[in-house]
Write a protein that binds this ligand. Sequence first.
Ligand SMILES: [Fe+2]
Length: 341
Amino acid sequence: MTRHIVTTDDDPAIRKILRIMLTKAGYNVTPCENGNELLELLANTPTSIDLMLLDIKMPGLTGFELLERIARRYPTIPVVMLTAFNDLDTGMKAIRLGAVDYLTKPIRQEELYSCIQRVLKKADEEQKQKKREDENLAIKKKLEAELRRTKNTLQRSTISTLEAFSETIEQKDPYTKGHCNRVRTLSVALAKAMDMNEETLQIIEGGSLLHDIGKISIPEEILNKNGALTGEEYSMIKTHPEAGVRIISHIPSFKQYIPIIRSHHERIDGRGYPDNMQGEDIPLDVRIVSLADAFDAMTSSRAYRSALPTELAVEELKINAGTQFDANLVDIFIEHELYLL
Ligand SMILES: [Fe+2]
């Protein structure tokens, strides 16, 4: 493909000699007499120009002024400056302003040819490199989008599995219908109110759906008993966190929910079960689910008692802040009116 070179020089003799030399070497040449003519040409055909030869000293717009505009507006077109002064400073200034090279007048044919070949080769390489980078970027973006889609699908299917598990728990105990889902809503809302990150939110969501999975191992007549539990029955109920951990440990991707399953009945004052953990030894995500679990239990009917009105349940939270519940979490829960959810 014939390469297109635009020359700009106010001297007709220079324009002529450049046209002759460049045409002889097989280039297409468009000579311009001044800056305005060049700018007009650029505005109409910027993409078809492969290289520009630009005189520095011209009436009207000087070569430097033009160079600055071209470097800003047409950064991919290489510009070689022509200078009458065999002066290193002028050449360096041209390079600083965005020229790729400079030639000193009088222009020698060999020097002109080798400069043009060098500049065109470099521009071609840069263009190829840019094309490769653009292609790589496009591939990267495509892969990232695919990864996001796969992650979303996986997340949806994980949540569906967790929902199915939590339904299995609830089927054993009709009084807890919807409990896991409400604990999930409250826990996630509380975690969001605390600006927790996406990863923690997901653990809280899954953990809250699964927290009572161990109840599968408790006989239904104990879970649904109408009257007060005997000591032995209560001890049996208290095994559900550890039973839950045993069930879940068979599923590697569910291991992240183990702290919530094991410790959701721990209390800040250390009087919970199964490990008598205290204060901040109980992980924050666990403390969040504990509060949500207890609040929903209080405001739902159970086999052995009816539901507590919301305002009384909120009072219970306040009374037990710092002993059963994390006091800071109780404050946030009330401040954000999460009891209305
Ligand atoms: Fe529980």
